[in-house]
Structure formats: C-alpha cells, structure tokens
Write a protein that binds this ligand. Structure first.
Ligand code: ATP
Length: 598
C-alpha cells in the first residue's frame, strides 16, 4: 500500500466527527489489506508502532522534528518555528513547506512498509548519537514525502496524529470489513481484543482464520489483559440489592492496580491499569512473587499499596505515587516506601485459564495459589448477606486504611469480564460529603497563571471529563485548591509536553485559560456537589438546554492519575449519573422529611 493512500484516508477521517462515517472510511481502507500490512496500518492509525503495552516510543521532541523539517524543505529552523506558532501544528507547517519545494526528479513513492520500517528504526535508535540518527531518518523520509504525507508523518512522530480513530471504531470497522458486521461478530472481536490488548494481532487472526479462529486468541503470560472495571452504587443497601441480597465484600485498597504475570521460568512482569509495563518500579514484587505464587505460569491481579513493614499498616497512597517514574533512586525508594501487593483475582493458574470461571471459584483458586509473604498478601474478604454485616465490614476496611469496599458477585455468571465495566463488581467508597461520594478523574485541558503567593507559576487548572461518543473533552471545573507547594511546583514539568498555543479541537469549554493543554494528564478531584453551569460543558444539554455540569468547590486530592490516559478520565455519562443520583438522594430526603416530620 502506498503511504499516500493512508495519508489521504487520515485527511478524510480528520474531517468527520461522525463515527459511522469514520467506520466507512476505515472499512474501505483496511478491507484490501492482509498481514503484515494490516496490523501495521492499525497501529499507525492509533499513533503507535506496536500494541500500546509494549511501550515502544519514538523519542522525538518538537525541536528534533523541526530540525528534520527544516533540513528536508530547505527552510530556516526559526522560520519553521515561527510559522508553527501561527498554524499551531508542525504537521500542517510541514505540509505547507513541502508544497513549496520544487522537485527536480520523480521520486519513488513511499509505501506503508517502508515508512513503518524507517519509523521503527527511529524508535530503536537509543543512546549516544541517537538524536542525530533520528533526525537523519526523518529527514530522508520527509525528502521523499508529498505534502499530505509529510503532514501526517510529522504528526505521527510527535504523537499528535489527531485523526480520532479510537479502538472502539476500529473494532466496528473490523467487524464490517472482515465479518458480517453483526453485533455478535463485533462482540467476539472485542472479546479477543480484551484478552490480548493487541488490535493488530486480532485483525491478523480474523483475516486469516475468520471469526471462529478468534477463539484461539487467549491469555498469554507477558501480554496484559484489559482490566475488569466496577460500577458504583450510592450506599451499601443498594449494593446488596443489586447483588441479589448476597455478595463478597473486599477491602478496597487505595493504591495502584497491578497485573502480575509470573512465567514458569524467567522474570515476572508487572502491568499497570492502563497496561504499561511497571516491573522496573517494583523490583521487590518482581523478586517476591515467584516465591508467593505456587503454581506458575500464573496471572494474578492485585492492588499495590505502601505499607509500614514493621507494623503491616497501610500508608497513604501519595507515598507510592512518588515512586512512579523514579529510575535512579529505586533502591532508596524501596527502603523508604515499601509496598505490598494485595491479590484480589486470578486469571491464569498453573497454565490453565480460569478467567471464565465464576468468582467464588477464582477466589478459592487464588487462596490455594498464593502463599502470603511479607509483600504479597490476599485481599481481605467476607461474604455478607445483610446490611448490618456489610456496614461493619466497611468500617473495618476504612479503619484498616482502605478507602471503602469492593463488592463482588457470587453468581454463576460472575466470570472475569476483561475490559468491561458492569455490576458484577461494585465499588463503594467512604462518603466525604453528603452529596458526592466519589471522586472524579479530570483531564487537564488548560492552566491559569497564579496570583499572590502563586504568582509566576500555574495556580489553577481547567479540568474536563471525556465523552467517548463525541470524542470530546468537556470542561467541568477550574481547580486550584488542594495543591501543596510541592505538587504545584511539579505541574509545569508534568504539563510541558501537553502545552499548546490554541484550544485543541477536542476540547469543549466556555472558559479561556492562560495556557491550553492537550488532554493527557489526569487529576483526581473531589467536590461538594455537581451543579448546572452556563460555562462548563460536561453533558451539555442533558439536564437542561444550554447548561453543562460543574463541580462546586473542587479540590485536588493529591493524586495524579498517571495510571490513566486522558480518554480514561471520568466520562460525561458517569458525571451525569453522579449528578442524577445526587438529585435522587436530595428528593428522597425531602420526601422523607415531609412524610415523617413530627
Ligand atoms: P476504575 O478503575 O473503575 O475506572 P478508578 O481507577 O478511579 O476507577 P476506583 O474508582 O477507585 O478506581 O476503583 C476501582 C479500582 O479499585 C480498581 O481498578 C482497583 O485498582 C482498585 N481495587 C482496590 N481493591 C480492590 C479489590 N479488592 N478488588 C478489585 N479492585 C480493587
């Protein structure tokens, strides 16, 4: 396939916000393809070279790309920078500049295969001299590129592809292009993706072995599974009712979710909630897991929390987040902030996949599998069938340093549902305020300059929830409280790579911050209540025409959600649900008051 055809498809994808139209463009694009080209086109279209969990990065900064653009077009670097300030996008600038270059001879057209191979070389260039190598490869590619190709090449290497193709749309397209397009087919394709976290692999199997062939895509040690997610309920009575009167309750540990892959031989690998490999951050778990888990190969899920090893007490989560991204002082961090893994599920035991078994069977298996050690333990669990015992267990969990409880269904259908959120698991956290019992994860889409003591640096941030249907980030609050000096001082560094001159097309808000941010960093906030607002755009018009949802008295909890990408922020639909349950509670208590007032 010619790379020009791909760039052309990107141009059309970018021009439409409609999911159906995007699907049609994708179907047309991928239908003629076969492996290895098909998986490559799918990875490229999502701005990646390999499935996300492999963590392959190009390592190309703006300045480096600018150098390559200048070299390939003969423009001055400063001129490239100036023009980019105006266009807001180095990709568009590249397209323009390439359009002005006079070609003396016909060049051989770029193909997807050659572009993919060269970009892989860019990613592989590491260490001394690698910057020069990267610039050289990029320059060579750009010299051969037509304007449209150059635009998307540059956007790809900068991680700003913006064609808006999400996994869900690709799954839709696969079902139409290589199956009968039915819901059943779509479900089977998605199931294979949830187990393998690799769209390229799934597409390859689908083309070569058909929909039935997807049954062969199973669990593999070393390849993360998309996590099962929980719904929420407003109180324990509602939790019990949902669960049919009986369920297992577990402590809800407040830490980092960890999926541990323990092979029979070789090193243990740990993956985060968003499937990044985090083995290097927790070497003590990597060493201790083979000792604690009796029957490898196994895949176990748990929550990693900081503990005081002398007392066994759980410590506040902020401690463990300080260990993220630390490379140099790991040994020191290990000593200062020891962590413990509380295992709560098992997906593979003794090489046998058990994720489809009902939860009680998995828990029994987990109890046989894990021999608790200093750093690997089982999540505390109790089966309850009345509100009073549930409340007692909840209080116990809070007293032990948990943030609430996780309720789990004991029904025959309680299989591990990879990648799905449902009422098989229900989270119930401690209520901080009457109205709003849960925290909200908001994507930073802008920053405001501080005043007074915060003068000269960012003092507040504009946060947004995500609407997957529209693929938009909708603002719901401006938050400045809850940041201590250290947290505030860190923000410019954390946000630097997302800063942009103009409002990103995916951001919806009536506010104008001092600095726009591409959605990338996620902050956890709490607030007093959700209200209707003319300025914020979350769930716009869903409650009342022209009004969005806003969080009153927002406060940063101190927790940066490094384990979530922007599209994993709280969704507009979730916010709306929180708003509605809050309204229901209020109406109920008013009604109670009327009926029961003496
Ligand atoms: P979500 O993962 O549902 O999108 P989130 O990441 O904001 O939301 P929470 O709302 O706090 O997390 O609750 C879900 C998380 O709780 C799980 O992803 C897991 O990391 C954690 N957790 C802690 N204890 C348990 C447990 N016993 N069983 C399952 N999950 C647990």
């Amino acid at each position: 396939m010619r790379f020009a055809d791909l760039a052309e498809a990107y141009e059309r994808l970018e021009a439409t916000p409609k999911r159906l139209e995007m699907r049609a463009i994708l179907v047309e694009l991928i239908r003629p393809l076969r492996p290895p080209e098909l998986p490559r086109v799918l990875y490229l279209s999502q701005g990646m070279l390999r499935p996300e969990y492999e963590g392959v990065e190009l390592g190309v900064a703006d300045s480096l790309a600018r150098r390559a653009v200048a070299a390939a077009t003969g423009a001055e670097e400063a001129a490239v920078a100036r023009r980019t300030k105006e266009t807001g996008d180095l990709g568009s600038t590249t397209g323009e500049l390439l359009g002005q270059v006079r070609r003396l001879e016909e060049k051989e057209p770029l193909t997807v295969a050659s572009v993919y191979a060269e970009l892989t070389r860019v990613a592989e260039a590491k260490g001394e001299g690698s910057q020069e190598t990267k610039v050289r490869i990029l320059t060579d590619l750009l010299v051969r590129a037509a304007p449209l190709e150059g635009k998307y090449l540059v956007r790809f290497v900068l991680g700003t592809l913006r064609v808006g193709v999400r996994e869900m749309t690709i799954l839709d397209a696969l079902a139409v292009a290589f199956g009968d397009g039915s819901k059943a087919t779509r479900t089977r394709i998605e199931a294979a993706f949830n187990l393998s976290s690799d769209l390229g692999l799934v597409a390859g199997v689908l083309v070569e072995h058909g929909v039935d062939g997807l049954a062969s895509v199973g669990l593999e040690v070393g390849r993360p599974i998309r996590p099962m997610l929980a719904e929420r309920e407003k109180n324990l009575a509602a939790v019990l009712e949902r669960m049919g009167g009986r369920c297992a309750l577990e402590y809800k540990y407040d830490g980092l979710r960890v999926q541990a892959h323990i092979p029979r031989h070789g090193p243990v690998r740990l993956f985060s909630r968003r499937l990044e490999e985090i083995s290097a951050q927790f070497p003590e778990l990597v060493t201790e897991l083979p000792e604690a888990v009796r029957d490898a190969p196994a895949i176990v899920e748990g929550e990693c929390v900081p503990v005081d090893l002398d007392t066994g007490d759980i410590q506040p989560f902020q401690e463990v987040s300080r260990r993220r991204g630390r490379k140099h002082d790991l040994a020191k961090a290990q000593e200062e902030i020891p962590v413990c893994l509380f295992a709560f599920d098992v997906l593979l035991a003794g090489g046998e996949p058990v994720y489809e078994r009902p939860f009680p069977e998995r828990r029994a298996r987990l109890e046989r599998l894990v021999r608790p050690t200093e750093r690997v333990k089982l999540a505390v669990q109790r089966v309850v069938s009345d509100e009073e015992s549930a409340t007692r267990f909840f209080e116990e969990a809070i007293a032990a340093g948990g943030e609430g409880v996780m309720a789990k269904s004991l029904e025959p259908g309680s299989a591990y549902r990879a990648g799905a959120r449902g009422y098989w698991w229900i989270k119930y956290k401690r209520e901080y305020t009457v109205g709003l019992s849960d925290s909200i994860d908001g994507a930073v889409v802008g920053a405001f300059q501080g005043r007074g003591r915060r003068a000269g640096r960012y003092g507040a941030f504009l946060l947004a929830v995500y609407d997957p249907g529209r693929d938009r980030f909708e603002s719901f609050c401006k938050v400045g409280s809850g940041f201590d000096d250290a947290a505030l001082a860190e923000m410019p560094r954390r946000l630097a790579k997302f800063a942009t001159e103009e409002r990103p097309a995916s951001v919806d808000t009536e506010l104008t911050p001092d600095r726009w941010m591409r959605p990338g960093l996620v902050l956890e906030v709490r607030g007093a209540e959700l209200t209707l607002s003319p300025i914020h755009r979350a769930a716009l018009g869903r409650v009342r025409a022209g009004a969005g949802l806003a969080l009153r008295f927002p406060r940063f909890t101190g927790r940066v959600r490094d384990d979530k990408s922007a599209t994993e922020a709280t969704t507009s639909a979730e916010l709306l649900k929180m708003y509605r349950s809050q309204v229901r509670q209020e109406t109920r208590s008013e009604a109670d008051g009327e009926a029961g007032a003496p």
